[in-house]
Structure formats: C-alpha cells, structure tokens
Design a protein around this ligand. Structure first.
Ligand code: HEM
Ligand SMILES: *[C@@H]1O[C@H](CO)[C@@H](O)[C@H](O)[C@H]1NC(C)=O
Ligand SMILES: *[C@@H]1O[C@H](CO)[C@@H](O)[C@H](O)[C@H]1NC(C)=O
Ligand SMILES: *[C@@H]1O[C@H](CO)[C@@H](O)[C@H](O)[C@H]1NC(C)=O
Length: 443
C-alpha cells in the first residue's frame, strides 16, 4: 500500500517536473534569447499587467533589459513571446512584415476592435482597406479638403473653450477629434442625434491594455459592451444608406459604393469593423499627443517662444491675417514639426508593436522559433540614451541634428514599413493647426 502511494507521488512529481522544465525551456532549433517563461501557463502575465504607468520605459521591460539585454523572452497570456528593445532589430522586424514576421494582435484586441480590423488582416484585403482609409486621411485628401475643415473645427472649439471658466484639456480635445472623425465618417453629429455614439467609446485604451477578463467591472468588459451598442448603431446606419444611396459626401457613402461593386472584397462585416475602429484610432491617440504637447510647451518657455515666433512670422507675411492656413504655410512650419516629433517620441502612445514569427528567425546569434509572438517596444527605442541625449528631456531642437545625422531610424512612433500608421499625416496636421491657433491667439 505505502509502496503504491510513494510510487504514485514519485511518478506525478517526475511528470510535473518535466512539464515545468519543458515550460521553462521551450523547444528551439537554436539558441533562444535569454529570459524567463515565468510560471507554467500564467507566464509573466501578472507582472506585465501590474507594471506601473510612467513616462519612462515600463518597469517590466526596463528590469528585463538590465538583466538580459535588449532581446529577451517571456510568456504572456499563454503565448511564448520575444520582446525587442534594440533599435536596429526592432526596425528589421517591422520592415519584415509579410516576410519573416507578420502583424499579430492578441485575441482580446480582436474581440474589441473586430476580427477583421486593419491591423489583423493581411495581403490583398490589408492593402485594400489601407487604400480605403487613405482616401479619407491620406495626404491628397488632407491637402485638398481636410486642411480648412480641421482648421475651422479647431478655431471654433478653441473659441468655445476660451469662454469657459476651465477646460479638461484631454477630454475636450478627444471630443473635438471624435466629433470631427464621426462627421467625416458617417456625417454623425452628437448634438443632433438621438443615439449617443460617443459614450460607447469610453475607456478604449484601458480595455485594450488590460487583462482580458470578461466580467462586469473590468475595462475589458466595458469595451466589449460599448462595442456591441456601437455596432448596432453603425449597422442600422449602413442599412439605411444602402437602401437609399446618394452623392458621395462622407466615408460611409464611399463604403456603400464599394459594397455595390460586383467584384468587391469588401463585406458588410468588414466595413462595420472599419467604421467602428477608425474613431478609436484617431481620438485617443491624437488627444494624448496634443495634451502632452501643451504640457511640454507650458513647462518649456523657450520652446514656446520659438514656436510662437514661427507662427507669428506666418501671420506677418500674409496679406489677410484672417485667411486660413495654406498648404504652403503648413509645410513651412519647421520648428513645429520638431515639437511634434519630440512630443510623439516622449508620449509613447503605442507601448508595443505586435508581430508573429512566420518561421524560425535567426537574429544576433539567437533563434526566434516559428509561431512565437514578437513585441517591438517603441518606448525603449525612443528613450534609448545611446541615441537620444538626456532621453526624458523635452528638447525639440535635438531633431535638427537627428535629421542631419541619422534620419528617422530611431523613431517608430508611427510604426513603419507596410504597416506605417495611415493616420500619421492627419495627426501631424491636426497638431500643427491646433498649435498655430493656440500660440497666436491665446495664452
Ligand atoms: C498620435 C497618434 C497616433 C499614433 C502614435 C499612431 C501609431 C500607430 C502605430 C505605431 C501603428 C503601427 C502598428 C503596427 O505596425 O502594428 C499604427 C497603425 C495604424 N494607425 Fe495609427 N497612430 C496614431 C493616429 C492614427 C490616426 C489619427 C489614425 C486614423 C486614420 C490611425 C490609423 C491607423 C491604422 C488604420 C493603422 C493600421 C495600419 C496597417 O495595419 O497598415 N492612427 N498607428
Ligand atoms: C507603483 O507605484 C507605486 C506608487 O506610485 C509604488 O508604491 C509601487 O512600488 C510601484 N510599483 C512598481 C512595481 O514599481
Ligand atoms: C524649412 O526648412 C527647409 C528645408 O529644411 C528650408 O528650405 C526652409 O527655408 C525652412 N523654412 C523656414 C521658414 O525656415
Ligand atoms: C520627424 O519625424 C519624421 C518621421 O515620422 C521624419 O521623417 C522627419 O524627418 C522628422 N522631422 C524632423 C524635423 O526631424
């Protein structure tokens, strides 16, 4: 009897030990990057999500960089992961999209943004959706249509805020950009609509970067609930518009045109996911960047003075001071671009760019096994003291030299390669116009 019990315990122990051992030492045709896979199944998920928000590189990453170097392995929500904080390597991974790596966001991301969101589709469909978005947010559209519209919206909002006792800047800018985007996408106007779209979009970023636990009270749950309601509103709108098409005015009209084409690859489901995701992509990111820019300028009077000088010079050379910003004027805002670049560098709005290895990839003497997730960490690249002197300091002037010496190889605020952010030019335009009106008309 005793013998049997002892035997069982021994066998169970051996199996468990072996299982834990193989968990901690995954199979690999080569040398894995250093690091720890954490506890079986759980990995280092809890440590990852409990990491404090800070303006510096996230502590989870920083600690491991010190211990293992710029490339290390871990395990998050059940996936084996390699994290890259090395500038050159990160750039390589991003440039290899569709070849050695491809974009891959976790299931929780797809749950919130839709299975067929732009970031999670590949090949022909990806290219098609990207071009569709560029129709609205691309450089051509910015130059020909959006510039005066963005300016008018910005002017109105700043004027409104100046009559109020106080303004919650981040929230006010987010609302402004949400309204603008919703109007361009679906001619939606919150004030005139019975269906409140905006409230369904609350806490998006909180939900995206949270632990994917779908129970009441979590941000993840809130996001999913909001998604459900917003999708219903969008679906109704699309059906109504399809029933009575009209001259193209907004993005939805373009979608309806595309859906009616015989050989189209667009489906209603994909179209609705896209309409749902675009406001997300615009308002949280851009409002964070603009709010930080305002804070940085407030804290750095010399940068504010130089920026003001640039914009007052533009007004001085105009015939009519109240005529709108021209494309040529926009393109002459040299210092403004540096302020924007520096803000995006420090803001680190996108904490990780997610990829999956399509085959075994040998890199710097290590092997990333096929099927593993790879996370490029832009904050680590942007706050790298070897490339950026005094990396946490706001110093727009540094871009003058950076541009001459290294181009933008250490900058990946908008990603890169075929997945380069489609909204990057829109963000820069919105920021430049906002700053122009802020520094020339307000204190
Ligand atoms: C400061 C604001 C923004 C930042 C920092 C930002 C950052 C990024 C980054 C890093 C990526 C690459 C993701 C990857 O490679 O996996 C990306 C992709 C994307 N961004 Fe942005 N973005 C911003 C604003 C916007 C805006 C305003 C739009 C609106 C159109 C937008 C639409 C997109 C889309 C559709 C993609 C997917 C591109 C693709 O997969 O080909 N973004 N963004
Ligand atoms: C997070 O921040 C709090 C207070 O700001 C601090 O007490 C705590 O030690 C921090 N945790 C980590 C893991 O850095
Ligand atoms: C901005 O920079 C460009 C080239 O870098 C230069 O040609 C132009 O004169 C500059 N504009 C102003 C207003 O300084
Ligand atoms: C700002 O960053 C972009 C990359 O997004 C780069 O192409 C550009 O040269 C930078 N501008 C300046 C003035 O450094």
């Amino acid at each position: 009897m005793w013998y049997l019990v002892l035997c069982t315990i021994a066998i169970v122990t051996i199996i468990l030990t072996q299982w834990v051992y193989s968990w901690r030492n995954p199979r690999c045709n080569g040398r894995l990057p250093p690091g720890s896979m954490g506890f079986p199944i759980l990995g280092e998920t809890l440590q990852f999500f409990s990491s404090n928000i800070s303006s510096d590189v996230p502590p989870f990453i920083k600690k491991r960089m010190e211990k293992y170097g710029s490339l290390f392995r871990t395990s998050l929500v059940g996936w084996p992961v390699v994290i890259s904080t090395d500038p050159e390597l990160s750039r390589f991974i991003i440039q290899q999209e569709g070849k050695l790596f491809r974009s891959w966001y976790m299931d929780s991301f797809d749950d919130i943004v839709g299975r067929q969101n732009v970031l999670s589709v590949h090949g022909v469909l990806h290219k098609y959706l990207k071009n569709l978005i560029l129709n609205l947010f691309g450089p051509e559209s910015l130059r020909q249509r959006l510039l005066p519209e963005v300016e008018e919206t910005t002017r109105q909002h700043l004027q409104l805020w100046s009559s109020q006792a106080s303004v919650e800047v981040k929230e006010a800018i987010a609302n402004m950009i949400f309204d603008f985007t919703a109007k361009k996408l679906i001619s939606y106007e919150e004030a005139k609509s019975s269906e409140k779209l905006r409230e369904n979009y609350a806490a998006f970023l909180d939900g995206l970067i949270s632990f994917p636990l779908n129970i009441p009270g979590t941000s993840y749950h809130k996001c999913l609930q909001g998604r459900k309601k917003a999708l219903r509103i969008l679906k109704n709108m699309l059906h109504e518009r399809r029933a009575s098409p009209r001259q193209r005015v907004d993005f939805l009209d373009l979608i309806v045109e595309e859906l009616e084409k015989d050989d189209t690859i667009l489906t209603e489901g994909i179209a609705i996911d896209l309409l749902f995701a675009l406001p997300f992509a615009t308002y949280e990111t851009t409002s964070t960047a603009l709010t930080l820019a305002i804070q940085f300028l407030g804290d750095h009077p010399s940068a504010l003075a130089e920026l003001t000088k640039e914009h007052e010079a533009i007004l001085r050379t105009r015939e009519d001071v109240d005529s709108g910003i021209t494309w040529k004027e926009y393109k002459s805002m040299n210092f403004t671009v540096m302020v924007i670049n520096e803000t995006i560098r420090l803001a680190n709005i996108v904490p990780g760019i997610f990829r999956k290895a399509l085959r075994d990839v040998e890199i710097k003497g290590y092997t990333i096994p096929a099927g593993w997730a790879v996370i490029v960490c832009p904050p680590a690249v942007h706050l790298n003291p070897a490339e950026y002197d005094d990396p946490l300091a706001f110093n727009p002037w540094r871009w003058k030299e950076l541009e001459l010496n290294s181009g933008s190889k250490n900058f990946m605020g908008f990603g890169g390669g075929v997945r380069l952010c489609v909204g990057a030019e829109f963000v820069k335009l919105q920021m430049a116009i906002f700053l122009h009106h802020l520094v020339t008309k307000y204190r």
